[in-house]
Design a binder for this molecule. Sequence first.
Ligand code: AMP
Length: 428
Amino acid sequence: MNNGLRRVRGMQDILPFESWKWQYVERTLQRVSELFGFQEFRTPIVEFADLFIKGIGEDTDVVGKEMYVFSDRNEDVLCLRPEMTASIVRAVVEHSLLQQQGSWKIWYYGPMFRRERPQKGRYRQFYQYGVEVIGSPYPESDVEVIALAWQILQSFGLQNIELRINSLGKREEQERYREALLNYLSPFREQLSRESQYRLERNPLRILDSKDEKDRALLANAPKIIDFLGDESTAHFQMVLQFLQKLHIPYTLDPYLVRGLDYYCHTAFEIVSNSLGAQNAVCGGGRYDDLAKVYGADPFPAVGFALGIERLILLLEEESKFPSQKSIADVYVICTGEDLYSETIATAYCLRQAGLRVIYDLQRRSVKAQMREANKFGVPFVLILGQEELRRNMVLLKSMQSGEQWELNRDTFVEEVKSRIRAVIHHQ
Ligand code: AMP
C-alpha cells in the first residue's frame, strides 16, 4: 500500500548525518574545477524531450527505454534530463556563447534521471558532475578534461583506478569500421545475445559495450576501430597519448571502448575502479564535435566527461578515503536552569554573530544530558551559564578534549572564546 509516505523506487534520500560526505565531495569538485579555470554552468532539470531524442539517439537505452517523459499542460513533450551534455550544447547555441568567446571551459553538477533497473551504484535519480571544453578541436583540450578527471580522483586519494582510452575517429571512419564489424559478426548472429542481435541491425558498434560473456568471447577477434583511422585521426590520438605521458597519467588502450551514447568521435575514455562491482565506471567521456549538427546548428568542437557522484561516494567508502567528520559546532551553550533560557539564546546568538558555530539544547534537558550531547556531537567547547557565575558577571568555558576550564568576563567573553577555539583549531 502506498499512502504517499514512500520514496519512489531508485530514488534516494540523503540523510542529515550523511550529507557531510556529499558536501565534502562537492567542495572538492568545485575546488579542483577552479584550479583548472572551469566555470559552473547551471541549466534546468526539465527540457524538451526532443533535445535528447535527437542528441543521444532513439536507439540508445537512455532515450529508448529510460527517459522520464511527460506532457506539459499545453502538450509540450518534456522530460527530466538523463544527462547534461545535450543541455549544455543547447544552452551554448541558445545564448550564442561561441560568438562572445572562442572557447569555454564549463563544469556542472546536478541530478539526472534514467529509469534503469536499480542496483548498487545504479539509481533512477543520480547525481553527475561533469565538464565540457567547448570550441577547441585540439588534443590539448582532450587532455585538459582527462587531466581534470584524473586530478579530481587523485585529490580524493583514490589509487585503485584505471584510465581506459580509445579513439573512435571521424564519422566516415566509424562508417567503414561499422561495416567491417557487421561483416565479422553477421556469421555469428545466432550466437549473439538477443540484445546484441537487435543492435546488429541498428547500431553494431554498441555491441562492443555488451556485458554478455558469450558476446564478449565472440568479440575477442573482432576488427579494431584503431585500424580504420586515417592520418588525421591517428595524429590526434597519438598527440593525446603523448600529452598524457608527459603528465605521467597512466592509461590502458582499450580498442573496444565505444561508450553508450551515439555522438562521440575521436577520443573516448572511461575511468574505472577495481574496488566497485559490476557498475565499475566512475567517469566516462569523450569528444563530440558533431553533436550540434543533429539540431541543424553549426557544429563546434567539444570534449567532456561525466562522473557519477553515488559511485564516487561508494568508492570513497569502500577505500576508507573520507576524512573524519568535522563537528557540527564549535561551542555548545549549556543552560543550567529554567530561568536561563533567554540568557542561553542570547549568548548563542551573540557568538554566532561573531562567526562561531554554536548550538544549544532545544528539549529543555538536564545539564548532564546536554553535556552528553555535546560529547556525542564532538563539540570541542561548552560554555556553561551558571547562576553563581552569572551573578559575578562571568561565564565558564570548558574544553571537552582536555577538561581545562576558564572563567571569562561576560563583557569580553566573545573574543576570548574565539581565540581559545582558534588555538585548538590551529593545533589540529
Ligand atoms: P554516462 O552519462 O552514461 O556516460 O555516465 C557517466 C557516469 O555517470 C557513469 O560513469 C556513472 O558513474 C554515472 N551513472 C550513469 N548512470 C547512472 C545511474 N543510473 N546511477 C548512478 N550513476 C550513474
